[in-house]
Ligand binder design. Structure first.
Ligand code: FES
Ligand code: FES
Length: 159
């Protein structure tokens, strides 16, 4: 099968891979880049477990053609930490017990990061809207909403 060269930035690092036609961004990230933080849930764009950011916007990577992200910047939950320091969202998720099985967590974190990057002081309704494409079957969502609001509040106090 013909392979196509593909270059993009992955969590700030240039990567170059060869992809098969029709490969999804999720497959490329997990199988070629070795980043297993985006999860395979439904594989149909409906659960949000595979959410990553492409040029700062959240996308469901299972239904995003890998070739469409050539030259773009992809951020995943794997790149949230800065050295030993957790991202404020990761800290807030821990403190608010916003992860149980954790399967939805990388996608939730990235959906929340996209929100806070664009809107550092969201309302509760804006948080709910931002994570509305991400399914969690464990937490009942309230701890996740509280964590995103706590992370936003912490960032506001630092500013
Ligand atoms: S695995 Fe991509 S949306 Fe469910
Ligand atoms: S923590 Fe289990 S699905 Fe969200």
């Amino acid at each position: 099968m013909a392979l196509t060269p593909l270059q993009f930035r992955h969590n700030g690092r240039e990567v170059a891979v060869f992809v098969t036609g029709g490969a999804s961004l999720l497959t490329v990230l997990r199988e070629l880049v070795g980043d297993h933080s985006p999860k395979f849930g439904c594989g149909q764009g409906g659960c949000g477990a595979c959410t990553v950011l492409v040029d700062g916007e959240p996308v469901v990577s299972c239904v995003t053609l890998a070739e469409a992200i050539a030259g773009k910047a992809v951020e995943t939950a794997d790149g949230l930490k800065s050295g030993p320091d957790l991202h404020p969202l990761q800290t807030a998720f821990m403190e608010q017990f916003a992860a149980q099985c954790g399967y939805c967590t990388p996608g939730m974190l990235m959906a929340a990061k996209a929100l806070l990057d664009h809107n550092p002081s969201p309302s509760r309704a804006e948080v709910v809207d931002a994570i509305s494409g991400n399914i969690c079957r464990c937490t009942g969502y309230e701890p996740i909403i509280a964590a995103v609001l706590a992370a936003a509040g912490r960032a506001a106090r630092r500013a």
